[in-house]
Unconditional design. Structure first.
Length: 617
């Protein structure tokens, strides 16, 4: 399945042109960014803060354009690695010096302690460059990125010879598409560099050292590095651990698509991070003398598991099994030298589970031994729970409950252990169990709780629902989201079948009533749509999608009563699901119709604070 992000002529801002010209003009635009292997599940948020220097602030519509580019980048990152960029706001940046110093100045201005990235936009070049090093800057494992602004005249002149004679409006549309694409690609290139991505020889990939309007995505190998690094970063892992895991991923096979010199540079830097970390690490769990050996065992076992998963012939499988056997032999030698070390035993547990599965008696015996050696440590329970998650939810739940009982007794590292427990529950998709863990950890004020509340409202899974068990909540949410996706893509017959299947499996689930309402509304069947939304809200008055759609339906009645009902429903939708941007924008139109300027002004101010961009008019 290919996930295309259509951002030329539709859905990404800018003026619209007549449909009859769209096909012709689209041929003059850049490639569409796309993720070839969309990642399933609800995306996580990566907060960013943007600094803009005086040269950028002097440009027309600078804030709208940067917001649009960040949104376009987020539209690629969401299906690519399951991460959505969340703009924390703009900051004026009083810098006027040499742009080559901008990255160092940005790090000094903002340490990025409460965001994933700080992004600085600086004065445009005085030439239309294609070299990425001239278009921005970033550092490996850094939290800061600099992007040079769009050199409007120079870029327009460079594109002029490639464009036919166009009307002014058409020409502006094409240039706007190129600006959006180039600035977004540069931003993505620099963000990827902080996550360990390596320059690529193919000019069609975003990580090429030179920009091209044909660039549409990342290679699979760089996507793997991005996924590993962003997962670790959002889990607040140390740079040393991220560097170590990136090295293992890079070294597992020699891919010819990378630029050799940049690969060497990246690996040298990563090794220096790992070495520096080990030199300053007490490492009480693994003796210092065994650290290099355990790292080698991990590299060997990861390579063996990877090769086993990709084995196409008996010979391939035999070779992979031999790699795993070699890793296990070295691991057993370590256990002979350190028979009482729980951490080494837990890695044996993890390796055997990965190779043979959670029903393997030898694997479970190793896990039991690791638990006996460290009876107060929840780590082994996490390992076993994640192995059981795909086939035995009840067993996974039992392991996680055991882990929770131990976390509260830990003398150090409680917060990290709670967050790991919560992350495993999120991976299972259980909203109820995740909420319980959040309460146990006393982390209600973190970003986790609002996300759970949004999922409950958006997909119709109220607390205490009788129509779904906690262990099936993730499956239900995925089914509702899948049905909505079919509606969005105008595959109405398939959507109807998905709704019917969901209703059969989870009778009374209001999320499917809301999807049925959406389907009927798109087919201009107002009475069935109104009835379906009403049914959803009768079961769950906080079903935000049904509230939003009910507001849309009410506003089709242009009377004062219709407008009032629409406003009431939309306000309620926003109250229970503040991230539902569609409800905000529709409410703005309703206030405008009602000529309620004070309410519209307040909504605009709240929207800007919430989403970091102006409320569309």
């Amino acid at each position: 399945m290919r996930w295309a992000l259509v951002c030329f002529l539709i859905a990404c801002g800018g003026s619209q042109i007549q449909t009859r010209n769209a096909a012709d003009l689209s041929k003059l635009g850049p490639a569409t960014l796309e993720a070839l292997q969309p990642k399933e599940g609800e995306p996580r948020s990566a907060k960013i803060r943007v600094y803009v220097d005086p040269g950028i602030r002097a440009l027309p519509q600078w804030k709208e354009k940067i917001t649009e580019q960040i949104d376009y980048a987020s539209q690629l990152l969401t299906p690519l690695v399951g991460v959505q960029l969340k703009l924390d706001g703009f900051k004026d940046w009083a810098r006027t010096g040499d742009p080559t110093d901008a990255l160092a100045e940005l790090k000094q201005a903002d340490p990025a302690k409460d965001v994933t990235w700080v992004i600085g936009y600086v004065t445009p070049n005085d030439v239309a460059s294609s070299a990425m090093v001239a278009l921005g800057s970033a550092e490996l494992l850094g939290h800061h990125v600099v992007v040079r602004g769009w050199a409007e005249k120079q870029e327009a002149d460079a594109l002029a010879e490639k464009l036919p004679d166009l009307k002014p409006a058409e020409r502006n549309e094409v240039l706007a598409a190129h600006e959006r694409h180039k600035q977004t690609v540069v931003l993505l290139h620099m963000l990827a560099k902080t996550l360990g991505a390596i320059d690529e020889a193919d000019p069609a990939w975003i990580q090429s050292p030179a920009y091209s309007p044909k660039q549409a995505g990342f290679s699979d190998r760089n996507r793997e590095l991005l996924q590993l690094a962003i997962d670790a970063r959002l889990s607040e892992a140390d740079d040393k651990d991220i560097a170590h895991d990136l090295l293992e991923k890079i070294d597992k096979e020699n891919w010819g698509g990378w630029v050799a010199s940049d690969k060497d540079d990246v690996t040298v830097k990563l090794r220096s991070v790992v070495t520096a970390g080990k030199a300053n690490e007490a490492a009480p769990d693994v003796p210092m003398a065994a650290v290099e050996q355990i790292d080698r065992v991990k590299a060997m076992s990861n390579a063996g598991l990877s090769h086993l998963a990709g084995a196409k012939t008996p010979q391939d499988k035999q070779k992979a099994e031999q790699e795993l056997a070699n890793a296990m032999t070295e691991l057993e030698n370590l256990l002979t030298a350190y028979p009482g070390n729980a951490t080494i035993y837990s890695y044996k547990c993890e390796l055997l589970l990965a190779r043979s599965g959670p029903t393997d008696k030898t694997a479970r015996a190793a896990c039991t031994r690791a638990g006996e050696l460290a009876p107060g440590d929840p780590h082994t329970h996490f390992i076993v729970a994640q192995a059981l998650a795909k086939t035995d939810i009840a067993g996974a739940r039992a392991e996680l409950k055991a882990a929770a009982g131990k976390i509260g007794q830990l003398k150090a590292g409680q917060a990290d252990a709670w967050r790991r427990l919560i992350a495993v529950y999120q991976g299972l998709g259980s909203l109820t169990w995740t909420e319980e863990a959040v309460t146990q950890a006393k982390l209600e004020k973190d970003d986790i709780t609002p996300q759970i509340q949004s999922d409950r409202a958006r997909y119709g899974v109220p607390r205490g629902a009788k129509f779904v068990k906690p262990e099936q909540e993730g499956e239900l949410v995925a089914a509702v989201r899948g049905a909505l996706s079919l509606v969005y893509s105008n595959r109405y017959a398939e959507a109807s079948k998905a709704i019917a299947a969901g209703e059969k499996k989870w009778p009374g689930a209001p999320g499917f009533d809301a999807v049925r309402c959406d389907l009927a509304l798109r087919q201009t069947q107002l009475d069935p749509a109104r009835a379906a939304c009403s049914k959803a809200l009768a079961t769950d008055p906080n079903e935000s999608w049904a509230l939003y759609l009910s507001g849309v339906i009410a506003l089709k009645d242009t009377s004062a009563n219709g407008t009032k009902l629409g406003i009431d429903r939309l306000r309620k939708a926003i109250e229970v699901d503040p991230d539902l941007g569609q409800a905000w924008r529709t409410l703005a139109k309703a206030y405008a119709r009602a000529k309620d300027q004070p309410a519209l002004d307040k909504l605009a101010a709240d929207y800007a604070q919430k989403f970091g961009s102006p409320l569309p008019q």
